[in-house]
Write a protein that binds this ligand. Structure first.
Ligand code: SF4
Ligand code: SF4
Length: 717
């Protein structure tokens, strides 16, 4: 895992009278335990990967409480897990990254929402929207509306977040609707404190089993029950949810002293709003605000009376709703029109329709609103002018920076085992011409960026092979599909491999096997060497492929570029039809470094010999054409000015971060580049033989060269 919460999870044992200090994601876990959940599960993905990590680290405590923890195969299986709450009064929570995870889960969610739940069912989604997001830009809101699920979007501060987790279960039980709680990335990582409560032992759990099976046809998703379920949503569940939200005051109203205008805001972006109002001198750092605000901690369903009570008598109300379409703004307009309330609703008129409402976007929009609608008695003119000037200065600064700063795109880590796969594809491209590559999701998607620009489409996690099925038969040469080991287990073996085999497709699949779901923080996979309890695993991608009838199958070390080029060439040219699979095997370098760092530290501490390999460039030989950089893209392979006064071009240079993965040497051999790379082995705690060899080498170099003084310290070159 990317991060261990071993220390922090002690706070999960706090009880009545204690004060919890910590991070949002940990607070959510504590609130789950305070709610008496019987089961938890999910599938990792930013920004809630850490929730899975916390749950995994907290397993001993979960076991004590009898709570079952399931690392689900994908989001669909996590959604299906909530079926436990359909017939039985037990509470459960699952988590995943949205909107992509919600897409995968939506079949299960539709059925769950149709059947309705007896026990509280909560889905904690990481709303990965806006700057820094790694996925397509859509919102979870549409899913909540179309499946009739409650959607909570709490104000990003710990007392509200934890209260909303607890309330979500009660809301779910009061309305029979599953509840979704969305957490933006900043909410996951916000720090704060709240008054802790005792953890609750669930009534039914692993420790106290459900005594009898329940059968209720009205809860089975099969006609005619489904017709009744839809009616139940409208006639009972929605009104019950609205009543609960209103009775328990889940939405918060803060009244100011300016009666003419007000603001309705999604809970999740309340802090950004307060910061903007602070800059206008209309709020202080503690959230005391001159303008009235209605904070929607529940964004679906809205409570019509709450909205109309807030808007009545006002000239204009600013509605702050991130993303599109503007569901909330439309709903508020409809509520006000029906009640004949004349307050103007200003939303996307001043806010951009799409994209994250960063502090700058918020400031500009609030500026636009106040400029037009601030009542006469509210003195914001000085602030408007100051902020106008600030925008002008910022635009100037941006223009100047834009000219001097290069665009810095994300890339593979230093020594990543996935990079050489794309070096091999680039080398093959020179020989066979450009290929169509159906790419997938994972670190390997970085290949679409420079220097590789490899990967023509990305259709979803695990869908690399499935996404070439339409094109491959009509394409002039074989299409290459890529899938990671995470994507393979997530769904790729069925959507891709099983389908390709069943249809007899002539296809090439490159499985990038690095042992973890690296992009989400190194969670373990079914094919990881060991499970989360340290036990050895027997599940293998090779065995699955063989059992699916794949005959053309090669496993190649990712770093062996020449062998990879050869295998790819063979797969492209062979007369053999059917599915051809190459497994590129190499442990995620970042995970490897974290794994070996303590081992190396211990070896050094014990005075044991340690050899570290790294690469370098002999600048006398470097031709300066930089083909190696274009075929590698390793952040450690860079350029520097030549020390030769007669050379004006920079030479290639390997900086000290090199982890010695060997790709530099491999790529220069496979692509027949200049022989300027050398491999150096840095020996720490050398033994007697190392010292003798070093002295011998030094003497020989001194004899044959006038530059003996430049011979480096103890190393073999
Ligand atoms: S996290 Fe691992 S797999 Fe991902 S880019 Fe870094 S080294 Fe490569
Ligand atoms: S050998 Fe080359 S590719 Fe590998 S880490 Fe060092 S500089 Fe990067």
């Amino acid at each position: 895992m990317e991060r261990s919460f071993k220390k922090e999870i002690t706070t999960l044992r706090l009880g009545d009278g204690d004060r919890f200090h910590g991070e949002g994601i940990l607070g959510v876990t504590k609130a789950l335990l305070q709610s008496g959940v019987s089961y938890v599960g999910g599938y990792q993905g930013a920004p809630i990967s850490h929730l899975m990590d916390v749950l995994s680290d907290a397993e001993p405590l979960l076991e004590e409480l009898g709570i079952h923890f399931e690392v689900c195969a994908n989001e669909a299986s996590a959604a299906a897990m909530l079926a436990a709450s359909v017939n039985y009064p037990i509470r459960g929570a699952v988590t995943w990254k949205s909107v992509v995870g919600t897409n995968v889960a939506s079949d299960g969610l539709s059925n769950l929402a149709s059947a309705g739940v007896k026990g509280g069912a909560l889905i904690v989604v990481g709303e990965d929207y806006g700057e820094g997001s790694s996925i397509i830009q859509e919102r979870t809101h549409a899913f909540a509306m179309k499946s009739t699920m409650c959607l909570l979007d709490p104000r990003p501060e710990l007392p509200t977040i934890t209260r909303m987790v607890e309330e979500a279960f009660k809301l779910s039980e009061a309305s029979n609707m599953p509840a979704v709680l969305e957490l933006r990335i900043r909410a996951c990582h916000v720090y704060g404190h709240f008054d802790a409560k005792d953890n609750i032992q669930p009534d039914y759990s692993r420790n106290n089993k459900i005594p009898a099976a329940e059968f209720d046809f009205s809860r089975v998703c099969l006609p005619p029950a489904t017709y009744g379920q839809e009616k139940h949503k409208i006639e009972f569940r929605l009104p019950a949810a609205i009543k609960y939200i209103a009775d328990q005051k889940l939405n918060e109203r803060f009244d100011g002293d300016v009666p003419e205008i007000g603001i309705i805001v999604q809970g999740g972006i309340y802090n950004t709003l307060m910061r903007a109002l602070h800059q206008f001198g209309l709020a202080n750092s503690f959230g005391d605000c001159q303008l009235s605000t209605l904070v929607l901690n529940v964004t679906y369903p809205l409570v019509p009376d709450e909205v109309s009570d807030f808007c009545v008598g006002k000239d204009a109300v600013l509605v702050i709703e991130e993303g599109q379409p503007e569901f909330i703004e439309q709903a508020i307009n409809a509520i006000l029109r029906k009640k004949d309330i004349q307050a103007k609703v200003i939303g996307k008129e001043v806010f951009p329709m799409a994209g994250e409402y960063t502090s700058e976007v918020m400031l500009r929009a609030v500026h636009g609103f106040l400029y037009k609608y601030a009542p006469k008695g509210l003195d914001v003119n000085t602030a408007l002018k100051t902020i106008d000037q600030m925008f002008l200065d910022r635009n100037d600064a941006r223009k100047n920076l834009g000219d001097s700063l290069p665009l810095r795109t994300p890339s593979f880590c230093t020594g990543c085992p996935e990079r050489p796969i794309f070096s091999a594809l680039k080398i093959l491209e020179k020989e066979l011409g450009p290929a169509h590559i159906s790419a997938d999701i994972g670190c390997h998607t970085f290949a679409a960026l420079p220097p590789f620009n490899v990967g023509n489409t990305v259709m979803g996690y695990g869908l690399g092979l499935a996404s070439s099925a339409g094109l491959a038969p009509s394409f002039h040469k074989r299409v290459i599909s890529i899938i990671g080991d995470g994507g393979f287990w997530h769904n790729g073996m069925s959507t891709g491999v099983a389908a390709a085999q069943a249809n007899g497709n002539d296809a090439i699949l490159l499985v990038v096997k690095n042992g973890y779901t690296s992009a989400t923080g190194w969670q373990l996979l079914p094919s990881s060497l060991r499970d989360r309890h340290g036990k050895r695993r027997e599940m293998s991608i090779e065995k699955v492929l063989r059992s699916f009838g794949v005959r053309w199958l090669k496993t190649i070390r990712s770093y062996s570029i020449a062998r990879m080029v050869k295998a790819l060439r063979k797969a492209m040219n062979t007369a053999e039809g059917g599915l051809k699979v190459i497994i590129a095997d190499g442990e995620c370098q970042l995970a490897r470094q974290r794994r070996i760092r303590p081992e190396v530290a211990k070896r050094l501490k014990d005075g044991k010999r340690d050899v570290r390999t790294r690469f370098g460039v002999d600048e006398d030989i470097c031709t300066g054409d930089h083909s190696c950089i274009r075929l590698s893209g390793c952040p450690s392979l860079t350029i520097k000015p030549s020390t030769d006064p007669l050379r004006t071009d920079p030479v290639a240079h390997v900086n000290n971060d090199c982890v010695g993965c060997g790709v530099c040497g491999e790529v220069s051999h496979a692509a027949v580049l200049c022989p300027s790379f050398f491999e150096a082995r840095i020996i720490r705690n050398p033994n007697l033989w190392d010292r003798i060899l070093w002295k011998l080498r030094r003497s020989i170099i001194a004899l044959t060269s006038a530059k003996s003084s430049t011979v480096p310290s103890l190393c073999q070159i």
